[in-house]
Design a protein around this ligand. Sequence first.
Ligand SMILES: *[C@@H]1O[C@H](CO)[C@@H](O)[C@H](O)[C@H]1NC(C)=O
Ligand SMILES: *[C@@H]1O[C@H](CO)[C@@H](O)[C@H](O)[C@H]1NC(C)=O
Ligand SMILES: *[C@@H]1O[C@H](CO)[C@@H](O)[C@H](O)[C@H]1NC(C)=O
Ligand SMILES: *[C@@H]1O[C@H](CO)[C@@H](O)[C@H](O)[C@H]1NC(C)=O
Ligand SMILES: *[C@@H]1O[C@H](CO)[C@@H](O)[C@H](O)[C@H]1NC(C)=O
Length: 507
Amino acid sequence: MIPRRIYILFLVVVVLLTVFMYNISLKTNTDDPKAGSFRQILQIYHSSQETEGTVPKYHPQYISPNSNKTGNLADIYLNSKQKRPPGLNATCAKFPDFFDLQFRNNYWQLQKTTNGTFHLFNAYLDQRNGSVIRIVGTYDVHKTEETFYCQFWYDKIPRPKIVASEVPFWMFRLKWGADTAYFNHPYLITCPVVRDSGQYPISVSLVDKPCTTASNNLKIFYKHVEEKKNFVVCVKGLSFPFEDRGDRLTEWIELVNLLGAEKINFYEFSVHPNTQRILDYYVNNGLVEVTPISLVGDFSNLPLLQKEFLKKKIIQRRLQEVIPFNDCLYKHIHEFKYVVLLDSDEVIVPVENTWVELIETLQEKYPNVYSYMARNIYFFDTYLHQHDWFSDIPKHMHMLQHVYRSHNYTKPGYFVKGFHDTKNVVALHNHFPFKCLKGCTNKEIDLDLAHLQHYRADCASGVGDCKSMKEDSAMDIRVWNFKDELIRRVERTFREVDLDYSNFDYR
Ligand SMILES: *[C@@H]1O[C@H](CO)[C@@H](O)[C@H](O)[C@H]1NC(C)=O
Ligand SMILES: *[C@@H]1O[C@H](CO)[C@@H](O)[C@H](O)[C@H]1NC(C)=O
Ligand SMILES: *[C@@H]1O[C@H](CO)[C@@H](O)[C@H](O)[C@H]1NC(C)=O
Ligand SMILES: *[C@@H]1O[C@H](CO)[C@@H](O)[C@H](O)[C@H]1NC(C)=O
Ligand SMILES: *[C@@H]1O[C@H](CO)[C@@H](O)[C@H](O)[C@H]1NC(C)=O
């Protein structure tokens, strides 16, 4: 006899086994979609049958590495044959190894100090008053009274020269709401240059103690020309990743060029592919230089995130904007007579003629003035639509179509933009110079000579009487001085880059 308990146990085991087997059979017979993943792969299988009449557009192509696109990296790292200097001695100021350099968001070289962190953008040789090196960058200490050290590196000379810097110049103002140590503050760091065996240094490392092995080594830029050209226009970081601004930008570039700009230096966060084609076109014909830039610090530079940061973090954006203004200034001090900071919705338009005649008039009328500032007047988008389109002007010519402006100007001194004499300016802010070699002398340009036309949907924040400005408009057609030539040139550009804005639904 089998004991009763063992018999019950046996029955339980049989039941459990049956349930288990039943489940397994269910699983193998199931139509669970996961089981069909092989079929899914087959569903995206492309037929190799040729579509008739297609001609391949792209061919295999080798792209040579462009050694011009290495930003602020000292050239010596790119030349494998060039011997690296060892440093001052075995324990002091060693030459930074290539892979010990620290970069953030591609364009900023990082240096930690006892009290903070530098993000360094570029270094320039400035020979306007003796010879100094100017480093444009940020430091997250407000407002530092420390001095630092420049380790200067020379071609084929084993040891660096180490020189104390001046106290870095803080390129911002307290009342603009940035007295917080946490921000990356824009600074201009100046070190007197020392030559070695008659040579100027080719690169520089910034450190807080003379013997530190740096994590940065910046190429020193210097461009000398025999005769200075007139005007370079600097445009702070373009950030239009999703909107197609190619039409507006083409008209603006051509107008600014007709007015007298011989070069336009855009700083670029990210732009729409069509805008990029326009920029590439002008880079290739030499009118435009595009300097890529990224948000300084830890934030992402994916276009959507970057754009959101620039929109919401107003103070941080304004702090960082100071970097392209001054980088552009120093890049051009020896090559151009005047630097003009403009946004791509602004243009200084004289009542007659171009900037060349305007500056001649101003220099005669106000000698010994180094910055001439134009007053701001809004050309709102909405005005047009109380009127008709001008039928002899293509609709995509925004400025030629929008010739109604507000009757009143914004207050004197507010939102002004101007011409800054490169002989004198040391540090630039958007609307005025911060610091000059011989003292900053500004003069507002008489309204019967020129003003700043500002094309916007709405006032900038902080304009008190915006409502009345919008209500009271006046026709101002001075931009038509350039009408025919401007239309011809814009059409030519669109033709050459193969873009067509004529059917775009302009409102
Ligand atoms: C780099 O720049 C130099 C000087 O501007 C130019 O001659 C050269 O063609 C450029 N090289 C490339 C690969 O673009
Ligand atoms: C290296 O140079 C530093 C700075 O001049 C000096 O203080 C130090 O004694 C030197 N060390 C050696 C090993 O020569
Ligand atoms: C760091 O900051 C403190 C306080 O501001 C200052 O006393 C000190 O000198 C700074 N450190 C260096 C290395 O300069
Ligand atoms: C010009 O250079 C001299 C001599 O190096 C210097 O003392 C002076 O401070 C400089 N001027 C300015 C405005 O930087
Ligand atoms: C324009 O400015 C004048 C003088 O400042 C002022 O009296 C007038 O109200 C302003 N007009 C409008 C529309 O704001």
